[in-house]
Design a protein around this ligand. Structure first.
Ligand code: FPP
Length: 241
């Protein structure tokens, strides 16, 4: 079976999962950790090279302050708890997003975990926190504009590859497969540039209900897709994956 090199996931539906059980929304976020572990295990098992998880969007800052606080605490606690196991599995951690917006303890933790796992050669686990696709593109444009202003770059030298090299996922293959749980069929300001040719797969299951078998179903669906990258069917075979 053709395995995607890079899977990107929007983990949606935690709040609804909790509300349907008469629990606070934050209980849904806690319950969302189990499928995170399952997806990491499945990615390692099937040889997926990169797994990107959308944990907290630029827009999520608008949620009630208590929910945001619980989420940040959850990120911190789960990193503390899981880092040894992740490191033992040779997982390499990378965080993307506006980390200057995060509290100092979380930033310290993120930077320590990235440094600790930098030389690992297993799954690359990318966690998007305080991330937005538009933020990513604007930040890249600002860096390129500064380089032009300072005479380090010619505007005409900016092509797609040069632009992509400034984005958060620079150096990684583009996502081959995008998964979104929770029933909504939209991209919600996730990896806007990088999803240009990504295969999209949606499920009505809420994130806390997502299981290893669902991840495998998404991989199987991906294996059935015909990826043309703008070419016609007869030209297939020239593409990378
Ligand atoms: C969206 O569900 C989910 C989030 C905003 C948080 C996702 C975070 C986790 C699952 C924890 C992951 C932790 C790590 C370390 C990666 P929602 O609240 O928007 O659900 P709703 O659409 O039902 O309201």
């Amino acid at each position: 079976m053709l395995v995607p090199r890079h899977v990107a996931i929007i983990m949606d539906g935690n709040g609804r999962w909790a509300e349907r059980r008469g629990l606070p929304r934050t209980a849904g976020h806690r319950a969302g950790l189990r499928p995170v572990r399952a997806c990491i295990e499945q990615s390692v098992r099937h040889g997926v090279g990169v797994l990107t998880l959308f944990a907290f969007s630029s827009e999520n800052w608008a949620r009630p302050v208590t929910e945001v606080g619980v989420l940040m605490q959850l990120f911190l606690e789960s990193l503390e708890r899981e880092i040894d196991e992740l490191a033992a599995q040779r997982v390499r951690l990378r965080f993307i997003g506006a980390r200057e917006q995060l509290g100092a303890p979380l930033v310290e933790r993120i930077e320590a975990d990235e440094a600790r796992t930098r030389h690992n050669d297993g799954l690359i686990l990318v966690v998007a926190v305080a991330y937005g696709g538009r933020w990513d593109i604007v930040a890249a444009a600002q860096r390129l504009a500064r380089a032009c202003r300072d005479g380090r770059l010619e505007p005409d030298a900016i092509d797609e590859a040069r632009f992509a090299a400034e984005l958060s996922l620079a150096g990684l293959p583009e996502p081959d497969l995008f998964i979104r749980t929770g029933g909504e069929q939209r991209v919600s300001n996730f990896l806007l540039w990088n999803l240009a040719y990504t295969e999209l797969w949606f499920t009505d299951k809420l994130w806390p209900e997502f299981e290893a078998g669902d991840f495998e179903a998404a991989l199987a669906a991906f294996g059935e897709r015909e990826r043309r990258f703008g070419r016609s069917s007869g030209q297939r075979g020239a593409e990378a994956c």
